[in-house]
Unconditional design. Structure first.
Length: 95
């Protein structure tokens, strides 16, 4: 399960392009944003969604600069389902 999550995260990170968008700290409600506005490739996110769906994942949420850029639920999961979170270490160009 952890391996599947790590692979899905890697897939999403591979579609990230360099961007200079300003980060926001979410309050009670999270802002949504179009992938392109956050320097992400919509086609790459679609590949990540398809991969998650084909590997029995229950959900996927991609947050970039404090905004939700993609959110998916599979197999009856919804916003009220329990999830685990993972935050990768910053890459060299983000420090």
């Amino acid at each position: 399960m952890l391996r599947q999550f790590a692979l899905s995260l890697l897939c999403v990170l591979l579609c990230v392009r360099g961007a200079s968008a300003q980060s926001v700290f979410p309050g009670d409600d999270w802002e949504s944003a179009a992938p392109a506005s956050q320097g992400m490739d919509a086609a790459g996110l679609e590949k990540a969604r398809a991969w998650l769906d084909s590997h029995n994942s229950k959900s996927g949420v991609v947050i970039r600069h404090g905004r939700i850029v993609a959110e998916w639920y599979f197999g009856g999961a919804d916003r009220n389902s329990k999830f685990a979170a993972y935050t990768p270490a910053p890459t060299a160009n983000e420090r």
